[in-house]
Design a protein around this ligand. Structure first.
Ligand SMILES: NC(=O)c1ccc[n+]([C@@H]2O[C@H](COP(=O)([O-])OP(=O)(O)OC[C@H]3O[C@@H](n4cnc5c(N)ncnc54)[C@H](OP(=O)(O)O)[C@@H]3O)[C@@H](O)[C@H]2O)c1
Length: 249
């Protein structure tokens, strides 16, 4: 950041644990003010305290990303209070895995509401302030499941594939205004989301990887740090699989 560049303001959803927490911590250590979003306020306050202890700057907003009005209101408030919005990282996500024959309507719809509608609503709310600032970095966290599919994840893969189409469209619509939009698609990362998987599944996944280890949340945070940086202005509309060579899609 040069002296005449203002402090960038970033919103990171799903920032209370796992990948989102690592992204928020990394962006704060890179000098951004980070607005931490998730449903539960307590864990967000802990992440904020950790960031502040390390000399960074953060604030929190507890909301459900499946509620478009709450997202709009929060982004409006951020822009009103902090004067700008430069970086949006849509990371909040859920799984409700089931084979297609057994998948219920609710399992499909719940995942769509959080993983796709929530991303759409945040991108829509962020577009105007980013256009006004003639700068924006939209980073949507997808999944390799959305690129190559995954058994048991018809709902999740459909939502994550939808995020790719949404992101490419934003890249085209807003590219002329200094705004980029990209997807970071993690493979298999050590978080609560993957903690419950049986050991034999984890072992099999690892065997299929070029890099023979599971990913760390920090591996994803490093990629987000780059695509959201000022210097990444010529990178847009891309889906970058950060997956240890699992898919090579
Ligand atoms: N872990 C992996 O291997 C992997 C692989 C590919 C893609 N991903 C993607 O990476 C992202 C993060 O995954 P993770 O493994 O870090 O998950 P995680 O450990 O389960 O954390 C999910 C985060 O999202 C928040 N969240 C969930 N539902 C929300 C909602 N409706 N509104 C607001 N916040 C919500 C959670 O906080 P609250 O519960 O307090 O709301 C939490 O902060 C997701 O989009 C996931 O699909 C993960």
């Amino acid at each position: 950041m040069t002296n005449d560049t203002p402090q960038r303001v970033a919103i990171v959803t799903g920032a209370s644990r796992g990948i989102g927490r690592a992204i928020a911590t990394r962006l704060a250590s890179d000098g951004r003010h980070v607005v931490l979003v998730a449903r539960s306020e307590g864990p967000l306050a802990e992440v904020m305290a950790e960031i502040e202890k390390a000399g960074g700057s953060a604030s929190i907003a507890a909301l459900d990303v499946a509620d478009p009005a709450a997202i709009q209101e929060t982004i409006d408030t951020v822009v009103k209070d902090l004067g700008r919005l430069d970086i949006l990282v849509n990371n909040a996500g859920i799984t409700r895995d089931n084979l297609i024959l057994r998948m219920t309507d609710d399992e499909f719809i719940d995942v769509m509401r959080v993983n796709l509608t929530g991303v759409f609503a945040a991108c829509r709310a962020a577009a105007r302030p980013m256009m006004r600032g003639r700068f924006g970095r939209v980073v949507n966290i997808g999944s390799t499941s959305g690129v190559v599919g995954n058994s048991g994840q018809a709902n999740y893969a459909a939502a994550k594939a939808g995020v790719i189409g949404l992101t490419k469209t934003i890249a085209r619509e807003l590219g002329g205004k200094g705004i980029t939009a990209n997807v970071i698609a993690p493979g298999f990362i050590k978080t609560d989301m993957t903690a419950g998987l049986p050991d034999e599944v984890t072992k099999k996944v690892m065997e299929g990887m070029a890099v023979k280890r599971l990913g760390e949340p920090e591996d994803i945070a490093a990629a987000v740090a780059y695509v959201s940086s000022d210097e990444a202005g010529y990178l847009t509309g891309q889906t970058i699989c950060v997956d240890g060579g699992l898919t090579m899609a």
